[in-house]
Design a protein around this ligand. Structure first.
Ligand SMILES: *Cc1c(COP(=O)(O)O)cnc(C)c1O
Length: 470
């Protein structure tokens, strides 16, 4: 399988070339030249596989520059019950006798779904860097969960340093404690005075300085990384197999969304032929994506218009993976995609698709909905009272929208993107009690913290990297 950019550069790259890169040189995102189609016999065979074996099958359709035995070893080292807490890795449970199910993606080390991809990425990076005899400096931006997942995946890994930018003071105390308590010398926490998008803009600015990027071997683990997206495709298949008896059935997914990485993996699974009826994008008050899927207009917000919510990992003003879907929607017209996401957004901050293009969205199964803080509280409460199930604030955004969108006879699977223990204050507000915390994480807020506060300036970040690379 080869990979091309969404902005028209037709250079074809191999998996391990783009593994250690972020954006393509023309500013676009990488996608495979085509999506491999999974036929009925293959789907039937996959139904019987363990999670790790299923992951091997799917990944090997997209990765042809790692020997099969090595890939198998990396995948089996990653997806173990010891790390993810159960044999199924992503167990699916039904909410009472409703048509809504929850797929648990959040039983990894940092209690959020980002571990699903990041744990694999850590092993892939170590493997590929070792093979090349190279070093890598990972520069990332996080609104909470990416950062801790990346740091837990890369801590202590040979040849890797992590420079992780987060919006100063905007993560939950638990998230801050998780990240800032790491004492590994290869982990650097930089708290940016600004919102998540300021941090993300810095990452883009530094990555666009090609000389700096080359000299300091800057890589990324943000959700624009294709390998992360690919790792996430696996759990759409795994969830489908658990929620159905046979491959003639369909399911729908509702996905709590911010940067459109998670649900974009669902789009890829659907393009491969997984019988997905609807992909429902659930946003919080930061409803850039809900607006797009209702109207065909994509309008990025400024920092001032970005709401700080009780589902903070979805507090975005633009969705960095969204370009991948638009590229597919526009018939893979790289020139048009480049125009929309380049000059048009830079000049106007908004673009609108034509009526025909907007009508075509339905053919990809996408729908959307949004929720508010009051909705989250009500949903956490009702899910607990009706079904005895405690969900976190992000998952609650999904559950709220899922019940609005569920259709008779099509199971609706909500992706559980974090555990309630990460967002204790809102759980307390909704239920009047503390969420339980997995063993080993008691009292982490009291641990000593390692972080540096920095202004939102790319030059300051570059200087920090220079002085910490020698
Ligand atoms: C990152 C994250 C999201 C949003 O996922 P995207 O891939 O950015 O759309 C939702 N919920 C939680 C808990 C997250 O960490």
């Amino acid at each position: 399988m080869k990979y091309i950019s969404t902005r028209g550069d037709q250079t074809q790259r191999r998996f391990c070339e783009i593994l250690l890169e972020g954006l393509a040189p023309d500013g676009g995102l990488y996608l495979p030249v085509s999506y491999p189609k999974v036929d009925a016999a293959t789907l039937a065979r996959w139904r019987a596989l363990s999670y790790a074996d299923l992951a091997c099958e799917i990944l090997s359709l997209y990765i042809d520059d790692i020997p099969a035995a090595d890939l198998k070893a990396l995948v089996h080292k990653t997806y173990t019950p010891a790390v993810f807490g159960s044999e199924q890795i992503v167990p699916v449970r039904r909410l009472g006798d409703s048509g809504v199910l929850i797929e648990a993606l959040s039983n990894g080390p940092t209690l959020a779904f980002k571990d699903m991809a990041m744990q694999l990425l850590g092993n892939l990076f170590e493997y590929e860097l070792g093979r090349r005899g190279e070093q890598l400096n990972i520069l990332g931006a996080t609104s909470g969960d990416t950062g801790s997942a990346a740091e837990y995946a890369m801590r202590g890994k040979q040849g890797v340093r992590v420079f992780m930018l987060s919006p100063n003071g905007r993560m939950s105390p638990f998230q801050q404690a998780q990240m800032f308590s790491l004492q590994d010398a290869n982990i650097h926490n930089l708290a940016v005075e600004g919102v998540f998008d300021d941090a993300q803009d810095i990452v883009k600015a530094v990555s666009n300085d090609l000389a700096f990027k080359r000299q300091y071997k800057i890589g990324t683990v943000n959700s624009i990384n294709w390998a992360r997206l690919l790792a996430q495709v696996v759990y759409y298949f795994a969830g489908y197999f658990q929620a159905t008896q046979s491959n003639s059935e369909q399911v729908s997914f509702t996905v709590p969304s911010g940067n459109f990485g998670n649900v974009c993996a669902g789009h890829v699974a659907r393009m491969m032929g997984l019988p997905i009826a609807k992909l429902v994008v659930a946003t919080n008050e930061n409803d850039v994506l809900d607006e797009f899927f209702r109207t065909g207009t994509y309008r990025v917000r400024g920092s001032a218009e970005t709401h700080e919510t009780s589902s903070p990992s979805m507090d975005i003003s633009k969705a960095s993976n969204f370009e991948r879907f638009v590229f597919d929607l526009l018939g893979r017209d790289g020139a048009r995609t480049a125009e929309l996401f380049g000059p048009t957004l830079a000049k106007q901050g908004v673009f609108s698709l034509t009526a025909e293009e907007t009508a075509a969205i339905a053919g990809y199964g996408f729908q959307s909905g949004r929720s508010t803080h009051a909705d989250r509280l009500a949903t956490i409460r009702s899910t607990y009272e009706r079904f005895g199930d405690m969900v976190d604030t992000h998952t609650a955004d999904g559950v709220k929208v899922a019940f609005e969108r569920v259709e008779a006879s099509v199971p609706m699977i909500v992706l559980e993107t974090a555990l309630p223990a990460k967002f204790a204050a809102t759980i307390q507000e909704a239920l009047g009690r503390e969420p339980s915390r997995p063993a080993g994480l008691e009292g982490i807020e009291a641990l000593p913290k390692r972080f540096t506060v920095v202004p939102p300036q790319a030059e300051v970040i570059k200087q920090y990297i220079r002085t910490h690379c020698d």
